[in-house]
Design a protein around this ligand. Structure first.
Ligand code: NAD
Length: 443
């Protein structure tokens, strides 16, 4: 048996994980600092406190989520009582990226355990310190047959993908997402793919510019822009673009000082390869702010670009770093033309006081999720499903949805024996007209 039916046992496992994360919080903060100088504040908000909150919420609700849920029966089956049973999938594989290296292992792990699965996690090889502490927490907390942490890089991930799983939960790039989907298809294994994209941030003319700039700067430069839901590029109405840029510069300076390299609140790029990739995106572009780099420390300052060409390297793919292109638009047709050039993004942000305009944008474009008058924060509400659409992913999680993601939802009708309406049984002669009417009444 590779799943755990005993809810009490599952709850105990989550409690043990909660205590382990609490015990190791300082070591986790240090590991993330050692990996890419992630500021302690950001680590607490986006990694440890986030994980602890997810654990508490799941522990509180596990009995409710795990028990069979009753639903209204169909009159056609009268008399019956109908249920959705939550069946663990069995053996689950979780593969995680490096950018939120603790949380993106822990959050799906919590749900997979709550749902009663046996789990193998593969953290990213690009954050060795964080991956080590994850491995330590897991080996100290769980029996290897229940949860195992496998450390390694691409080859290790490929070896794991070659095995047969009952569910695969992958967070990472769309390119690797395709590899994962192909491997899963081999055994018809269900998958969740949490991927990335090029997230537009529309700033309408009718807007509180100072506040918009503050919220964009926070969402873009947290984690040094290495966030799947960070605004990738700004589409500013041409009438406010220059003023918006002035506010953006003010807010960057307010947050990180005149020299962000000396700020304790600004993280580094994950490695030399990504640093080089980002620096090369600046070639032939108009840098209106920032653009300072120190390859020795994988540092790239918060950078604003003015009107890059839509087919330039910086606009072709997800930036995933502290570079923010500012483009202008005049009409909604411009927005459609520019946003339509790219695959469906993971997020889209709209800054506007005009609620009709915001509503129109929400309905006009297809994207994973987003905010009106803010960035990134939709991630934090566990009552909202989090996931992409199209190339930015498939499936969603967070809160109860995470539990359901790792459960097969098994419908069961329990029929009573005290009555057996004979109508459905053959011979059918003379019943056709009546059954059509009955089906219509109850549809
Ligand atoms: P990545 O796809 O390169 O790697 C993710 C994981 O896949 C790692 O554990 C890695 O070892 C493994 N991997 C890499 N190449 C592989 C291969 N050929 N075969 C099998 N496994 C392989 O992603 P990354 O660089 O770690 O993370 C950045 C990407 O993740 C960005 O695109 C970002 O938008 C996305 N992301 C999405 C979310 C989300 O919730 N939707 C969250 C964070 C990051």
């Amino acid at each position: 048996m590779n799943f755990i039916s005993d809810i009490h046992f599952r709850k105990q496992a989550l409690l043990k994980l909660l205590h382990a994360v609490q015990m190791h919080e300082e070591a986790i903060i240090k590991a993330l600092y050692d990996d890419f100088k992630k500021p302690a504040f950001e680590t607490v908000v986006t990694e440890t406190a986030y994980t602890l909150a997810e654990l508490s919420h799941t522990i509180k609700n596990i009995h409710k989520w795990a028990k069979p849920q009753t639903v209204l029966p169909s009159f056609l089956n009268f008399p019956s009582t109908d249920y959705i049973y939550k069946e663990p999938y069995g053996k689950v594989l979780i593969i995680a990226p490096w950018n939120y290296p603790f949380q993106l292992v822990m959050s799906p792990l919590i749900a997979a355990l709550a749902a009663g699965n046996q789990v193998v996690v593969k953290p990213s090889e690009l954050t060795p310190n964080t991956s080590q502490i994850i491995a330590k927490i897991i080996s100290e907390t769980f029996d290897k047959n229940h949860v195992e942490c496998v450390l390694g890089g691409v080859e290790t991930a490929q070896q794991l993908l070659a095995q047969r799983w009952n569910y695969i939960f992958f967070t990472g790039s769309p390119a690797v997402g395709k590899i994962v989907a192909q491997a899963a298809a081999e055994n018809l294994t269900p998958v969740t793919l949490e991927l990335g994209g090029k997230n537009p941030c529309i700033v309408d003319e009718n807007v509180n510019l100072k506040l918009a700039a503050k919220r964009i700067v926070w969402g873009k430069f947290i984690n040094a822009g290495q966030t799947c839901i960070a605004p990738d590029y700004i589409l500013a109405h041409q009438s406010i673009k220059s003023e918006l840029i002035r506010f953006l510069i003010d807010e960057i300076t307010l947050a990180y000082g005149d020299n962000p390299e000396a700020s304790p609140d600004f993280a580094r790029i994950i490695n030399a390869k990504n640093h080089q990739r980002l620096v090369s995106l600046l070639e032939n572009e108009t840098v209106i702010f920032g653009g300072k780099s120190n390859p020795e420390d994988c540092y790239l300052s918060p950078t604003l670009l003015d009107e890059p060409n839509l087919d330039s390297p910086v606009m072709r793919g997800e930036i995933f770093g502290p570079i923010l292109p500012v483009l202008s638009y005049e009409t909604e047709t411009d927005l459609e033309r520019i946003i339509g050039l790219y695959e469906k993004p993971l997020s889209l942000y709209i800054f506007s006081k005009n609620s009709q305009f915001a509503e129109k944008m929400i309905r006009r474009f297809s994207f994973g999720g987003g905010c009106v008058n803010d960035t990134v924060i939709h991630f934090a509400n566990k009552r909202l499903p989090f996931g992409g659409v199209g190339q930015s992913g498939m499936g969603a999680y967070h809160g109860k949805r995470s539990f359901d993601t790792f459960s097969h939802l098994k419908p069961i009708v329990k029929k009573a024996n005290w009555l057996d309406i004979p109508f459905r049984y053959a011979p059918y002669q003379g019943k056709l007209l009546l059954i059509k009417k009955i089906m219509k009444w109850f549809s």
